[in-house]
Design a protein around this ligand. Structure first.
Ligand code: SF4
Length: 87
């Protein structure tokens, strides 16, 4: 997987939207997006006219992402983007 960032293991964070809003969560932000929303708050995941994809993303094996998530007692893992379905 091409990943923009993972967070929530070292520094606790919470889901901010949807039915699980307020619950502790881990976030896996996948890189790349084809939607180019004008008010995008994560352009570093896809806008290569402004960001360097080699600096803004890294390749992770799925097993390593699972191991990263499993290293935390937090049970909610949010896979976001970018546009996660590209991958
Ligand atoms: S990352 Fe999200 S907000 Fe940004 S362009 Fe893609 S779908 Fe839109």
């Amino acid at each position: 997987m091409i990943v923009a960032e993972c967070f929530g293991v070292d520094l606790p964070t919470f889901q901010g939207e949807g039915p699980s809003c307020g619950h502790p969560a881990l976030f896996i932000r996948l890189s790349r997006c084809n939607l180019t929303c004008t008010k995008c708050d994560t352009p570093y995941s896809w806008d290569w006219s402004r960001f360097d994809p080699h600096e803004e993303s890294t390749k992770w094996a799925v097993a390593d992402l699972v191991a990263w998530a499993a290293s935390s007692p937090v049970e909610l893992v949010v896979i976001t983007g970018g546009e996660p379905l590209i991958q």
